[in-house]
Ligand binder design. Structure first.
Ligand code: TXA
Ligand code: MG
Length: 345
């Protein structure tokens, strides 16, 4: 298949590209779309056949459900049963934006989309091009991150091309993803709201609205055999470059010293900007300043992906503390490492 590339030329005047992408989606094809978190691999969420192609293109297990993307909270009622007032409160505060809510699904949402569950994940993305495409398609768009299953998520159209060229009908290039990590997922179907995946909306922001929030264990640690995460996707090894990753926790000056003492000539290093000069003889990906969590989130997948174009045989990564966006960045690094971490004392 020839994959068409639609480049969004300017911040406005892209009706033609939007119409073409929406047309492909309505006809059951796959189109990668830009969002503020990461690129999504879109299909008509109400078309089970189209949705099956997503699993095929990504090589994703079919029991791992998809997020449906809507243009506003007004669509919640169409696809979700018994929407609690709380969902509207969260939507008013955080949508469009990097927050996904799990709610009971209406039967109109195919089981292919929900991975067989009777709940559905819903998000309204904060990207004008994504919103325009969903509006023009007139259907919710199911979109997992546009990477091949197991690889780091895509934060640019070039990343999507690496993984999906020839496999999908189109890629809409809307520039680099502003946030850089996926949405925060909150489950609203239990007694108490529960965080299933940390992401672009910090837990602290949700706590301001919800009070106390439960956190699924899969956020922090590898699950034991037989344990099931509430978000099926959290069970899989993820975001992994080809070379094995070790996350080095502890105060930044200690983790930098640890990495320096352990590194060999073919070690790749992910570090905060302030420590990059320590590793000038090695292949280094900077994560941003130790004080700039937004920069770290923006860079983390690009950094992980970059090593696949090098000869490094192992990767040692500094790791932010878990406050704010640091929780999501830490989670992505640890998952890339298969939770292989050492603490620098
Ligand atoms: O920022 C994002 O959320 C991006 C952009 C494209 O919107 N999408 C994304 O989708 O990250 P994906 O498929 O890569 O991750 C969705 C996660 C998976 O871990 C999946 O298991 C979980 O959401 N999920 C989806 N539906 C669910 C449900 N009904 N219950 C629990 N977890 C669910
Ligand atoms: Mg993903």
């Amino acid at each position: 298949m020839k994959t068409r590339l639609f480049t969004i030329p300017r911040p406005e005047g892209y009706e033609q590209e939007v119409r073409a992408a929406a047309e492909l989606l309505r006809s059951g094809q796959l189109v990668a779309i830009p969002t503020e978190t990461v690129y999504g691999l879109g299909a008509n969420a109400l078309d089970p056949e189209a949705v099956r192609h997503i699993y095929e293109a990504k090589g994703r297990p079919s029991n791992n459900p998809l997020i449906i993307h809507v243009p506003s909270a007004e669509w919640l009622e169409r696809y979700c049963e018994n929407v609690p007032e709380l969902a509207y409160r969260l939507a008013r505060r955080f949508w469009p934006g990097p927050l996904t809510m799990i709610l009971p699904a209406k039967p109109v949402v195919p089981k292919a989309t929900t991975g067989g569950l009777d709940t559905v994940a819903v998000r309204c993305p904060a990207h004008p091009v994504a919103l325009a495409i969903i509006e023009a398609a007139g259907v919710p768009i199911a979109a997992p991150s546009a990477n091949t299953s197991g690889r780091p998520s895509c934060t640019s159209a070039a990343h999507v091309q690496e993984d999906m060229n020839g496999k999908i009908a189109g890629i809409v290039d809307g520039g680099d993803s502003a946030v850089g990590v996926e949405s925060t997922i909150i489950d609203l179907t239990g007694e108490k709201p529960c965080l299933l995946r940390p992401g672009g909306m910090p837990l602290e922001a949700l706590e301001e609205v919800l009070g106390s929030v439960g956190v699924d264990q899969a956020v922090y640690r590898e699950l034991h055999e037989g344990e099931q995460p509430k978000a099926p996707g959290m069970a899989y090894r993820h975001y992994a470059p080809q070379a094995p990753v070790t996350v080095v926790t502890g105060a930044p000056e200690r983790s930098a010293a640890y990495i320096r003492s352990r590194a060999k000539a073919d070690t790749g290093v992910i570090c905060f900007d302030e420590y990059a000069q320590l590793f000038s003889d090695l292949t280094v990906e900077r994560l941003g300043s130790v004080h700039d969590q937004a920069a770290q989130a923006h860079r983390v997948f690009e950094a992980l992906r970059a090593f696949d174009h090098t000869q490094v045989r192992e990767i040692l990564a500094q790791c932010p503390d878990p406050s704010g966006l640091g929780l999501a960045v830490q989670n992505r690094l640890k998952k890339a490492a298969g939770f292989h971490t050492v603490e620098a004392l």
